[in-house]
Structures are given as structure tokens and as C-alpha cells.
Design a protein around this ligand. Structure first.
Ligand SMILES: [Cu+2]
Ligand SMILES: [Zn+2]
Length: 215
């Protein structure tokens, strides 16, 4: 049951009373007048519409996330959000459980499959264009390549980075939806082919669209 703000209720009542006063010759139907006046004032006077049935049945814009789970023997976790931006896909969020001050390779990998205990089921770096491994801003790189993440002194890495050349949920070869995200044990050197020599996989997640059903 929706609530009607007191100010609105008072305004409706005043309006209704005024209408009754003007039409004292029609005093036989005051309750009908009041109801009509209240209904007329109710909807537009508020400005900010109350939560309506239409809002509950409309599917909100889906948001795209990845929940990172630790691989076997590790305790690194994280939560990331993905958003299509000009020229690529922005990634924001955080990774937890890292060694304080440590630096880690961080990539989108080909497969949205974290079933292997060591995360290798996610495959290699996402590379739809057949490019060499590298670094954004320094020539050729995989679509799944992005800069290393660095943990603060509590072991949390705040992620605010971007994939260049990636797209989101458009079904194109560059689409990262449904692919994997890996946090590595070591920093990416941005040079060694095709992995950046970033070492073992500490955490793995799948890029997933979360809509109304997730709430
Ligand atoms: Cu990787
Ligand atoms: Zn790469």
C-alpha cells in the first residue's frame, strides 16, 4: 500500500473543502466531491512519482559484473563491474586478500570457465584479433590485456582500469561478456609472449550480466 504524503493529503482536503464551500447548494454529495478532488490532485502534484506498478514490472538496465573466487590454495577474492565506454570497456571494483603492496597481472581470458582448481580452464588471454601480448598505450596488445593491479597496505587493490578494443554484450568477436577474469600471482611484464610472465592464477571470475532476477 502506497502512502500519501501529509502535505499532499492536506492540499487535497483543502481543495475538496473549498469545492464544497463554493457549491453549498450541492451539499448532498460532499464525499463524492472530495474523492474526485483528491484523485485529481494526487498524481501530478507530487513531482516525484511514487514507486508505481510499472516500475516493478520493467526490467532495469542490466549491469555486468564478475565475482572473483580464489583458486585452490589461495584466498584472493574480488568484485568487478564492467561498463561499455568509448573505445573499450571500463572495469571498476576491488580485489581483496593480496599481499600488502604487491603487484599483479590482471587480464580478461578467453573462457568464462573457472572450473579448474588452478584457474587454467579460463584459457589464455582474450585475443580475438590475433595480436601480440602487450600493454595498452604501448602498441600491440591483446583485447584482454590491461595494466597490473597493486594492493594497498591492507592487501586490497582498487581496480579502475580499461580494456581497449573490447565491447560488451554486443555479440561481436570483441565481446567480453561470458569470458573469464584472472588475477595472477606476479606482475605482468607487458613483454613476455603470450602471457606477460604473470605466473599462477590466484583468482578467477566470469563476466556475467546481472539483471532484475539477481535482486
Ligand atoms: Cu591473465
Ligand atoms: Zn595478453
Amino acid at each position: 500500500m502506497r502512502t500519501i504524503p501529509m502535505t499532499l493529503l492536506a492540499a487535497s482536503l483543502a481543495f475538496a473543502l473549498a469545492a464544497c464551500a463554493e457549491r453549498s447548494d450541492d451539499a448532498a454529495t460532499p464525499s463524492t466531491d472530495a474523492a474526485t478532488a483528491a484523485a485529481a490532485v494526487d498524481a501530478p502534484a507530487d513531482g516525484i512519482p511514487p514507486p508505481a506498478m510499472s516500475d516493478m514490472t520493467t526490467t532495469p538496465a542490466p549491469h555486468t559484473v564478475a565475482v572473483l573466487a580464489a583458486t585452490e590454495g589461495n584466498s584472493v577474492t574480488g568484485e568487478l563491474a564492467f561498463e561499455a565506454v568509448d573505445g573499450g570497456v571500463a572495469i571498476t571494483g576491488q580485489v581483496n586478500g593480496l599481499a600488502p603492496g604487491s603487484e599483479h597481472g590482471f587480464h580478461v581470458h578467453e573462457n568464462g570457465d573457472c572450473s579448474a582448481p588452478d584457474g587454467t580452464s579460463a584459457g589464455g588471454h582474450f585475443n580475438p584479433a590475433g595480436a601480440a601480448h602487450g600493454r595498452i598505450g604501448s602498441g600491440e596488445h591483446h583485447v584482454g590485456d590491461t595494466d597490473n593491479i597493486t594492493a594497498d597496505d591492507t592487501g586490497v587493490a582498487v581496480v579502475n582500469t580499461r580494456l581497449e578494443g573490447a565491447t560488451l554484450a554486443d555479440g561481436a568477436p570483441s565481446d567480453v561478456l561470458g569470458r573469464g577474469v584472472i588475477v595472477h600471482a606476479d606482475p605482468d611484464d607487458y613483454a613476455t609472449q603470450p602471457t606477460g610472465n604473470a605466473g599462477a592464477r590466484l583468482a578467477c571470475g566470469v563476466i556475467t550480466q546481472a539483471g532484475a532476477q539477481a535482486q
